[in-house]
Design a protein around this ligand. Structure first.
Ligand code: MF3
Ligand code: CO
Ligand code: CO
Length: 334
């Protein structure tokens, strides 16, 4: 009996010239390159995940913090003035933490270190990092690198020059959540990825500009999809924007593509997120075995920006925008 690759010269690191798809893999397995190492080359690989962090007792925590089980509360889509005021505080805080986390992005920094920093930034502000133990999620922030669409778990992987990394911060303070994310550059990034990130941010703001009372919520997805398709980019469908308030994920669904069935009429006082995920190629996703990390089906890079939005009498307020229509990512991504 022989095994694939037996008797062949074997290598553990790829040679400088890679084989064609149907040629034997460089590693000596005897399998076609496309069935062997091509699947992982240039891809993000899972690292080691450290134990869950703890939050001091005096900090108010959401109902799922203890058990990881999420129950839906009976919460109105239209928020009271009191809830809205508290959401402004949570949103502003999440925006500030996101900005600080983005400033810490550098080659050699591990996503684990970003998690530790983001966790600390919440604790210092007497806030609970909403992702922690949400349906058992093991960390305080999501860090999604390159082809990772969303929900990347911080681990021992160091950021590499040329990577793009999305940091998704959600702060729970005053009994409500504020949810925002942005995609950051790790050192010098290639022009194709830079363009993807720029257009994704434009998509997010075009979605926000489509918010108006009396209009169907499908206007948001149409604006986003039209702009992405102009650039021949993919619009991820499996993950959508959501109602937010006392619950992390409320009833409202915000699709980032057009669907005439999304007929909910926007009303003043509604709060939800807009968080398009745009890819250079496939809009379809695959899941890692960890049950959280979603990657593009073809390994193409993907970017995302997110804001928590309030529908007003004449448009939208960006609760995570730091008091103005300025993306927290803007100063260092340009
Ligand atoms: N912040 C993400 C969102 O935008 C949700 C993360 S859920 C987690 O909806 F469990 F992965 F943290
Ligand atoms: Co969100
Ligand atoms: Co988020």
């Amino acid at each position: 009996m022989t095994y694939p690759g037996e008797g062949m010269e074997t290598m553990t690191t790829p040679p400088s010239t890679l084989p064609q798809s149907n040629d034997p893999c460089w590693c000596g397995s005897g399998r076609k390159y496309k069935r062997c190492h091509r699947r992982t080359e240039g891809r993000v690989l899972p690292g080691l995940v450290s134990p869950m962090r703890t939050v001091p007792e005096h900090i108010g925590r959401p109902p799922y913090a203890g058990t990881g089980e999420v129950f839906s509360l009976d919460e109105s889509n239209v928020k009271s003035p009191d809830v809205i005021e508290r959401m402004r505080v949570a949103g502003k805080m999440a925006g500030e933490i996101l900005r600080l986390a983005g400033e810490a992005v550098d080659p050699g920094v591990t996503t684990e270190q970003l998690d530790e920093y983001v966790h600390q930034l919440h604790i210092e502000r007497d806030a609970y990092p909403s992702p922690l133990n949400y349906q058992g999620y093991p960390k305080s922030v999501c860090t999604s690198v390159n082809e990772v669409i969303c929900h990347g778990i911080p681990d021992s992987r160091a950021l590499v020059e040329g990577d793009i990394v999305n940091i998704d911060v959600t702060a729970y303070v005053g009994g409500v959540h504020g949810d925002t994310n942005a995609t950051f550059f790790v050192g010098d990034v290639d022009p194709v990825s830079r363009q993807l990130v720029a257009v994704t941010e434009e998509c997010t703001w075009l979605g926000i500009e489509a918010v108006a009372p009396g209009r169907p919520i499908s206007d948001i997805g149409r604006a986003i999809e039209d702009h992405a398709h102009k650039h021949q980019y993919g619009v991820v469908r499996a993950f959508i924007g959501h109602g937010i308030g006392e619950q992390f994920h409320g009833d409202i669904q915000v699709l980032h593509y057009y669907n005439s069935q999304a007929s909910l009429t926007m009303r003043p006082g509604m709060t939800f997120t807009i968080e398009p995920m745009i890819s250079l190629g496939a809009w379809q996703h695959r899941m890692w075995d960890d049950g959280w990390t979603a990657v593009t089906a073809d390994g193409s890079r993907t970017a995302q920006f997110e804001h928590t939005i309030l529908v007003t009498d004449d448009g939208a307020d960006v609760l995570t925008g730091g008091g103005g229509a300025v993306s927290p990512a803007a100063p260092w991504n340009r």
